[in-house]
Design a protein around this ligand. Structure first.
Ligand SMILES: [Mn+2]
Length: 320
């Protein structure tokens, strides 16, 4: 029997949810202890096909930390994205499900925490050796860092692993990292050559990006705004903007790579005033999505003009 684990790619929460789900299924599902588990990353890309298209007949299929699908092939589902129900009729389909294997809760900061809570409460399954993994995934996915410096550090093992997954993750690499996350302490995973050998160049690119953001950034009202569209962006630095503009309530970053133009929108986790806007709802207006505090819009690479219009409108909306 094969188990196909389709997870949000390529981010720490998607990978850790896949790792814990693997343990959960191996240790609770009859006949799946020795099954072959394969991993497929699902991206929030422009015109991304419904995840049901990626599922395989004859396998046990799971979709984790990603949009719901009405596909009859879907057996297990866990997600916490408030934008999970984009496929037509999908929310009603989910509500009507009686399998007891499909779970969504938009109040969760990470899918990892949703999974571990559901596994304990509904299935009586626990894995205390994974506590550290759960704790870090919840910190990283919900941006619950004490400050922008910690948020930009690669020193904690989880942060090093998260950086490698988000910057160089693909199905081949995640297919090797996920089984490690499922069975080894974070420090051991971070010390593994898969992570350690990739981290040096990532740090260098991160420092270069921080410099570029310092040069191009400006604050418009409550919004720190970074136009990084002049050259392709090959790395991400989600929190550097708030290091540069600590008084900003929100940040907006325009970037591009050969595959897409991206607008990233976020609420400053260390803002002194409460959040007045739902970032996911704002991104949905332009076909994007995410969470109340962080979201993104991806457009085809030739739509830079439309992206710039959207950026102006989003900054105006966040200042309203
Ligand atoms: Mn997540």
């Amino acid at each position: 029997m094969e188990v196909l684990v389709a997870h949000h790619g390529y981010c720490f929460d998607g990978a850790t949810t896949a790792a814990i789900f693997t343990r959960f299924l191996r240790e609770t599902a009859p006949g799946l202890a020795r099954a072959e588990y394969s991993y497929k990353g699902l991206l929030y890309e422009p015109n991304a096909p419904p995840p049901g298209d990626k599922l395989r007949a004859g396998a046990v299929n799971a979709v984790l930390d990603y949009r719901y699908t009405t596909s009859p092939l879907l057996e297990w589902y866990f997600d916490h994205h408030v934008s999970a129900f984009q496929e037509k009729g999908s929310e009603a389909h989910f509500r009507a499900d009686a399998s007891g294997k499909k779970f969504h809760d938009g109040a969760y900061g990470s899918c990892t925490k949703l999974l571990i809570d559901v596994a304990r409460e509904r299935f009586g399954w626990t894995a205390p050796d994974l506590d550290e993994l759960v704790r870090w995934s919840d910190i990283i996915d919900a941006a619950r860092f004490p400050d922008a410096d910690v948020a930009s550090s690669f020193d904690p093992p989880a942060m090093a692993i998260a950086a490698v997954i988000s910057e160089q993750g693909d199905d081949h690499l995640c297919g090797q990292i996920i089984p490690l996350l499922a069975t080894k302490p974070l420090a051991a995973v971070a010390a593994h050559p898969l992570i350690a050998q990739r981290l040096g160049p990532i740090k260098l690119r991160h420092d270069a990006l921080a410099k570029r953001m310092g040069e191009s950034g400006e604050q418009r009202g409550d919004v720190a705004w970074f136009d990084l569209s002049d050259a392709p962006l090959d790395t991400v630095a989600k929190f550097v903007g708030y290091k540069l503009f600590p008084s900003a309530q929100y940040s907006v970053v325009l970037s591009r790579n050969p595959k897409r133009v991206k607008i990233s929108v976020g609420f400053n986790p260390w803002a002194k005033r409460p959040r007045g806007h739902n970032v996911a709802a704002l991104c949905e207006r332009y076909g994007g999505g995410g969470h109340p505090v962080v979201g993104a819009i991806s457009l085809p690479p030739h739509e830079m003009a439309r992206a710039r219009t959207a950026v102006d409108e989003i900054i105006a909306a966040l200042n309203a």
